[in-house]
Design a protein around this ligand. Structure first.
Ligand SMILES: *[C@@H]1O[C@H](CO)[C@@H](O)[C@H](O)[C@H]1NC(C)=O
Ligand SMILES: *[C@@H]1O[C@H](CO)[C@@H](O)[C@H](O)[C@H]1NC(C)=O
Length: 167
């Protein structure tokens, strides 16, 4: 006959094994959840476009940013930080990145959205490079998990171009 202590110990070992297995399965499912976010951004208007007195170009845009980031949310997601950047090339830098808008998405329900907005942060080029400039609008995100590592990814939307004259 096994003593009570032995059986209690066996039960505890069994419970811990099950718990460990469940955790392993949970992080396994998290790893193999391949997210498929979508995004579309429209430039609805160029509000103004000018060369500032100091010589730098600045443009003001009205955007319609839409996205569905619901697939980024799992049991382990705390929140998602998202920002939209204008990205373009100049003779000096192969990548200029300017954040135009950002937000924090707290829940899966809020992860499908569209927002009609002017750029929240100023779109200024250090120089006079923006006329006729082709640019990408890239939606970047950082997924902040409850446990484990943060991860980041993006969707690049290309084919945008600024006007060839100031207005
Ligand atoms: C913004 O885009 C969404 C999705 O494409 C669309 O449903 C909505 O009507 C658009 N809003 C404006 C103001 O263009
Ligand atoms: C813009 O997007 C295109 C296509 O994805 C890419 O080839 C190009 O390098 C991007 N430009 C910049 C400045 O990131």
């Amino acid at each position: 006959m096994h003593s009570f202590g032995y059986r209690a110990n066996a039960l505890l070992t069994f419970s811990i094994t099950i718990l460990a297995l469940m955790c392993a399965m949970a992080s396994f499912s998290d790893n193999f959840n391949s997210p498929s976010p979508t995004s579309k951004v429209e430039v609805l208007n160029i509000n103004w476009f000018q060369k500032k007195p100091d010589g730098d170009d600045e443009v003001s845009l009205t955007l319609n940013i839409s996205a569905n980031l619901q697939s980024l949310f799992t049991w382990n997601t705390k929140q998602v930080f998202v920002f939209l950047a204008a990205e373009y090339e100049t003779p000096k830098n192969s990548l200029n990145q300017i954040s135009l808008w950002d937000g924090i998405i707290p829940t899966k329900e809020r992860a499908e959205f569209w927002i009609h907005t002017t750029n929240k942060y100023r779109f200024i080029d250090q120089g006079s490079n923006l006329r006729s400039k082709p640019f990408n609008l890239t939606l970047h995100w950082h997924v902040m998990p409850k446990t484990g590592k943060m991860f980041a990814d993006k969707i690049v939307m290309s084919g945008f171009r600024l006007p060839d004259t100031y207005r």
